[in-house]
Design a protein around this ligand. Structure first.
Ligand SMILES: C[S@@+](CC[C@H](N)C(=O)[O-])C[C@H]1O[C@@H](n2cnc3c(N)ncnc32)[C@H](O)[C@@H]1O
Length: 260
């Protein structure tokens, strides 16, 4: 399908449809939740077991989701969320402010608390995430300065899930987007990148969006080309209905920005 660029996202990406389709968490939806469970376990591995920590973390292309912060908030006191689309900032704000109609993340939060060995602490975890998210900023990964005029001190860690393959029309653009975002992290700092593999489209409600077809090797090469050393990369097959997406696998890579 034709590439759906950032302004198409601004006009057509419906955060509520997106959350309902991909983040409604229940044991009855084990197949659909496969990618989310894999991401949550790998984020737990990175931020809790591997102890990636520091002061600030910038999340690139956050969309309306907060699952990616559930382990990270134990290791970073200051989290900056970013996205190209205003409707996604608003949806995230609704959850941060506990407004009526906010998405219910509690089943996902409970699952992560269980991974950490304390399912009972889920309300404390929600508050910790709310406290950690200090700003939501506009971001465009296709620009050399992705945060535009906003200048931040280089972060200790970058996180990004499912954004670059949505935002980039081809592999050269994907490689340069990785270089663009690498300017936001310190030398020696980490990048945790959650990607979807072998996908050409996904649907949000009835609206299809294009996805850059990625293979594990192209992710690894692009990371190296952008000046990162890959510490580990885990991949698993997924099984979502074709009515929603043709994705075949997902992966999580942990990489460290080289000193020079
Ligand atoms: C598939 S969603 C991923 C959202 C979330 N990170 C997740 O894990 O579910 C892709 C996100 O990329 C954002 N996006 C699209 N083009 C972008 C660009 N050029 N720069 C930054 N974000 C962009 C969209 O607004 C959308 O929120």
């Amino acid at each position: 399908m034709a590439f759906t660029e950032k302004d198409f996202y601004a006009g057509h990406f419906n955060p509520k449809d997106y959350l309902d389709t991909y983040y409604t968490f229940s044991s009855a939806k084990e197949h659909e939740n496969g990618f989310l469970i894999f991401y949550l376990k790998n984020l737990h591995q990175a931020f809790i077991l591997d102890d990636i920590k520091g002061d600030t973390l910038i999340d690139i292309g956050s969309g309306p989701t907060i699952y990616q912060f559930l382990s990270a908030c134990e290791s970073f006191g200051e989290i900056i969320a970013t996205d190209y689309c205003e409707q996604n900032w608003e949806e995230m704000q609704r959850w941060l402010r506990k407004e009526p109609g906010a998405f219910d993340w509690s089943p996902v939060v409970k699952y992560v608390c269980e991974l950490e060995g304390n399912r009972e602490k889920w309300e404390e975890k929600e508050e910790k995430v709310r406290r950690a998210i200090k700003q939501i900023l506009k971001c465009d990964v296709t620009q050399p300065s992705p945060l535009g005029p906003v200048s931040l001190p280089p972060a200790d860690c970058l996180l990004s899930s499912l954004c670059l393959e949505s935002a980039c029309k081809d592999l050269p653009t994907f490689r340069s987007a990785l270089k663009n975002i690498s300017s936001l992290v310190k030398p020696g700092g980490h990048l945790v990148l959650c990607s979807i593999l072998e996908e050409t489209y996904y649907k949000v409600g009835q609206q299809p969006f294009s996805c850059l077809y990625l293979e594990r090797a192209s992710v690894e090469e692009a990371l190296k080309g952008a000046g990162f050393a890959v510490k580990w990369l885990n991949e698993t097959k997924i099984n979502l209905p074709l009515s929603v997406t043709d994705a075949k696998a997902v992966c999580v890579a942990v990489a460290q920005k080289c000193q020079n």
